[in-house]
Design a protein around this ligand. Sequence first.
Ligand SMILES: *[C@@H]1O[C@H](CO)[C@@H](O)[C@H](O)[C@H]1NC(C)=O
Ligand SMILES: *[C@@H]1O[C@H](CO)[C@@H](O)[C@H](O)[C@H]1NC(C)=O
Ligand SMILES: *[C@@H]1O[C@H](CO)[C@@H](O)[C@H](O)[C@H]1NC(C)=O
Ligand SMILES: *[C@@H]1O[C@H](CO)[C@@H](O)[C@H](O)[C@H]1NC(C)=O
Ligand SMILES: *[C@@H]1O[C@H](CO)[C@@H](O)[C@H](O)[C@H]1NC(C)=O
Length: 332
Amino acid sequence: MQSRKVSLASILLFISLHFLAVRVSSIDTLRQGDSLNATSQLISSNGAFSLRFYTPPNSDSTYLALWFTGMSRVSSPVWIGNRRNPIPSNSNPTLTLGARGQLAITHDGGGAPIDIYAGRSSPVDNVTATLTDTGNFLVNSNGPAGLFWHSFDQPSDTLLSGMRLGVERSIGRNWTLTSWAAENDPAPGAYSMEWDPSSRNLVVRRRGAVIWRSGALRYYRDEAGQSRAEFENMSIGRDVFNFNFNFTAEEEEEYVMFSVLPFPGSAARVLSGWRLESDGDIVDVDRSMFLARPDAVAEQAAPPPDSAAAGLRAWVGFALAAVVLDLMLFMI
Ligand SMILES: *[C@@H]1O[C@H](CO)[C@@H](O)[C@H](O)[C@H]1NC(C)=O
Ligand SMILES: *[C@@H]1O[C@H](CO)[C@@H](O)[C@H](O)[C@H]1NC(C)=O
Ligand SMILES: *[C@@H]1O[C@H](CO)[C@@H](O)[C@H](O)[C@H]1NC(C)=O
Ligand SMILES: *[C@@H]1O[C@H](CO)[C@@H](O)[C@H](O)[C@H]1NC(C)=O
Ligand SMILES: *[C@@H]1O[C@H](CO)[C@@H](O)[C@H](O)[C@H]1NC(C)=O
């Protein structure tokens, strides 16, 4: 596990993004015929999420990427629209909402448009694409047709609060997380995380083989007497993470979701995300902490204590630096 280094560059980037987020007038919706280009972005109305084109460091591919920008310390997108169909960098990409409700990327250099959502078979009126306050990018109609498509149904490597992980039997679809191939490569990687209906566990697989299980959901009552749930192998401390899970089983579908409970005595924090990293670690993207380290367990060989401690120190350092910056920016 590499330690996270806090470079001056990342601090400057953080500051500039912060100001950019404040200055750019916030548009969260595309109408039919509208498009998003390489320099524009959608920002959810609460400011917590943004959608824009992104070229990872040292990469020659560009992706449509959704970011958790609000209070987050995360430096990677939480959703990628075209992870299997990257487009060449510097090729002037444009995402357009079309007449059939389709969301397609076109770019210089030819090739067919890349469909993020293929749309209906014939034109539909009054369709919009909106980035919501929970980080869901959805295409819907204000007519009776309702919801056409949403990004929560196409998870990348991050489970945001309110997203489902599970199986939808009626249409043979599973909501599954798949890690990136490498730190700067969003292509589908070696690790996946899914719901196993027979054991009712979350499982992490490495190239298809199960290497980690969450254990069962355990129910308990909080101080106020509310029923809460947590996973056996993820009990890292209720006070720290304050996750609550809920599990839904119906004939046609079965899934778990999590929400973040407000932490007593501190600012309400209701959004977070779990990222299944390219090395199999599961981290809380908002608070930069490990929820589980499946590969370390699977190999029965924890990394040398030095590097683990250094990694943690770097994380804590980064979190503190970010908090201090936030306070400074708040006061400006
Ligand atoms: C990109 O979109 C923005 C906002 O709509 C617009 O101001 C800008 O001119 C566009 N840039 C290009 C290169 O088309
Ligand atoms: C589209 O929206 C406009 C304004 O909200 C409304 O007047 C019109 O009837 C809608 N058309 C359809 C087909 O729903
Ligand atoms: C979904 O998950 C179930 C249970 O784990 C599995 O049997 C099935 O093959 C999966 N289906 C798809 C389409 O991945
Ligand atoms: C998780 O919990 C289950 C049930 O207690 C246990 O069998 C399993 O070994 C645990 N740990 C991992 C890493 O899977
Ligand atoms: C599960 O949690 C979501 C919010 O995360 C909530 O909207 C939903 O009502 C909950 N379902 C149950 C059965 O508690």
